[in-house]
Design a protein around this ligand. Structure first.
Ligand code: NDP
Ligand code: 8X3
Length: 285
């Protein structure tokens, strides 16, 4: 009896795997497996968000990209539409501004949204608690926490309709507090808490909530954190090979294309030479 059940299970799995293989091949053959699916990505003018836009567009998803830099949004649209023949919509808005976020989402309310990637975020400064700039704290909290709350709430009607997926970009800084990380770590711990809370409250709507927590990824992140000081920013990545934005985009794409019944809840990802928020195996060049 048990063998029969196991054989059936194995056959079923083989069948599923074959189907998945077909889908993968279809993806490689550019035959629009994801036709009509749309992904909404916050902060797609640079770094991880931009890499996600490219990854999903190259797999035939329609894309909605947001950010504050209008010129960069226009270039992303032009490039992706030209290269992948998908529909790219740009929404120039600041996630800190609740009214602007709801107005921007209202302007695309007729569109189906299947996936929301809450990526827009930043660190400002890396200073001890007693010396850090309080305006920087406000900006980090308003962007990394309030921004994620506003965008998620504004898009929920569409996500409920599609039984979609929300991917929150947290950080290793939301798992471990490190020296001089104070408010940035707090903002990412909040993202971690919100991912858990959203998963609990939205499960009844069939919405998947996933949290991706990267270690060091070489993007504009450190240039922003060190306020344009390129030497300090470069120094953050010396002696080891950090993750690339495309590594995170590939991972997000993977978790967003799993079968409907599978949800990756929480994933921490680092480069091989990083073991924790602060422990790196650096080699001098
Ligand atoms: P980048 O600086 O390269 O990109 C950040 C993106 O966020 C930009 O597109 C920027 O667009 C957007 N953004 C920032 N503030 C706002 C705002 N107020 N409103 C709308 N968009 C905004 O950094 P990353 O790609 O590295 O960062 C993306 C996410 O990944 C962040 O949440 C970050 O905390 C997280 N992360 C990054 C890690 C790293 O090592 N790089 C590691 C772990 C997590 P614009 O300026 O045009 O508004
Ligand atoms: C970015 C990674 O370690 O600089 O979230 O906080 S870290």
């Amino acid at each position: 009896m048990i063998y029969e059940v196991l054989r059936k299970w194995t056959n079923d799995r083989a069948h599923t795997t074959n189907n998945r293989q077909k889908i993968t091949n279809t993806t490689n053959n550019n035959q629009l497996p994801s036709m009509n699916k749309t992904v909404f990505i916050t902060g797609a003018t640079a770094g991880i968000g931009k890499a996600c836009a490219e990854k999903f567009a190259s797999n035939n998803f329609n894309i909605i990209v947001t950010g504050r830099r209008e010129g960069l949004l226009a270039s992303v649209k032009k490039e992706l539409e030209y290269r992948y023949n998908v529909e790219v919509t740009t929404l120039c808005s600041d996630v800190q501004n609740r009214g602007a976020v709801f107005a921007a989402v209202k302007s695309i309310q007729e569109k189906n949204i299947d996936i929301l990637i809450n990526n827009a975020g930043l660190a400002l400064g890396r200073d001890p608690f007693d010396e850090a700039n309080i305006d920087d704290w406000d900006t980090m909290m308003q962007t990394n926490v309030n921004g994620l709350l506003y965008v998620s709430r504004a898009l929920l009607p569409q996500l409920k309709k599609s039984k979609g997926q929300i991917v929150n970009i947290g950080s290793i800084a939301g798992k471990e507090v490190y020296e001089n990380g104070n408010a940035y770590c707090a903002s990412k711990f909040a993202v971690d808490a919100l991912s858990k809370a959203m998963r609990i409250d939205l499960v009844k709507h069939g919405i998947k909530v996933s949290s991706i927590n990267p270690g060091a990824v070489e993007t504009e992140f450190s240039i922003v954190r060190f306020k344009g000081d390129e030497q300090k920013a470069k120094a953050a990545y010396i002696g080891y090979t950090p993750l690339k934005a495309s590594d995170i985009a590939d991972t997000i794409f993977y978790i967003c294309t799993l079968p409907t019944h599978v949800c990756v809840n929480d994933l921490t990802i680092m480069c091989t030479q990083q073991a924790s928020a602060t422990i790196f195996h650096k080699v001098s060049i």
